[in-house]
Design a protein around this ligand. Structure first.
Ligand SMILES: [Mg+2]
Length: 184
């Protein structure tokens, strides 16, 4: 049971690999983003142009978007919110459910209508699955991370290996869509 809660619905290379038009057509209306190593490299203060353009496209399609970050540096998260006009919740404690509920309240969407995108199994995916969101794991933007995260990465690799072995994750890398795995 725990293993299933750790299983993302999809694994992608970069956030831009998400097909926002297709997801909108499927009925999704909200996107909750992790910040560090999902939208930006660790310690970056701005989005790269490709990520910025993709976020604007998602919003143009109609998606309500927000940032839900465990980052303790509230000023940095607030700056992203201000610069890009994207509401953000800093200093969260994912995978606790109440923070995901706050994000849903901010978006005005239901759990079933909402996608969470993040680079960590034990915070973004676990919390999102517990709340019934559609969970998308993205490969980390870079490797400059806190050592705690690095310790977690090793555990994540083991979990992903077990999910694949149990047949919960299907390898779709051959389709060259940027989607690496999908759950059944
Ligand atoms: Mg992250």
């Amino acid at each position: 049971m725990l293993l299933e809660l750790l299983c993302p619905r999809m694994i992608i290379e970069r956030v831009q690999d998400l097909d926002v038009e297709a997801l909108w057509a499927q009925g999704f209306r909200g996107l909750v983003f992790d910040l560090d190593n999902t939208l930006v490299s660790w310690r970056r203060w701005t989005f790269n142009p490709a990520v910025k353009a993709w976020l604007e496209r998602a919003q143009a399609v109609g998606f309500h978007v927000c940032i839900l970050s465990n980052c303790v540096f509230g000023r940095r998260v607030a700056r992203f919110a201000r610069m890009y006009g994207i509401p953000a919740i800093p200093k969260a404690k994912k995978p606790q459910k109440k923070w995901f509920q706050q994000a849903l309240d901010l978006l005005g969407t239901t759990a079933q209508q909402t996608i969470v995108v993040g680079d960590q199994v034990f915070t973004d995916v676990l919390g999102g699955n517990r709340m019934g969101l559609f969970t998308v794991l993205v490969l980390p933007v870079d490797r400059r991370e806190f050592y705690v995260t690095i310790v977690q990465r090793t555990a994540e690799k083991l979990i992903l290996f077990r999910l694949r072995r149990k047949g919960l994750l299907r390898d779709v890398a051959e389709e060259h869509s940027g989607i690496l795995f999908q759950s059944h």
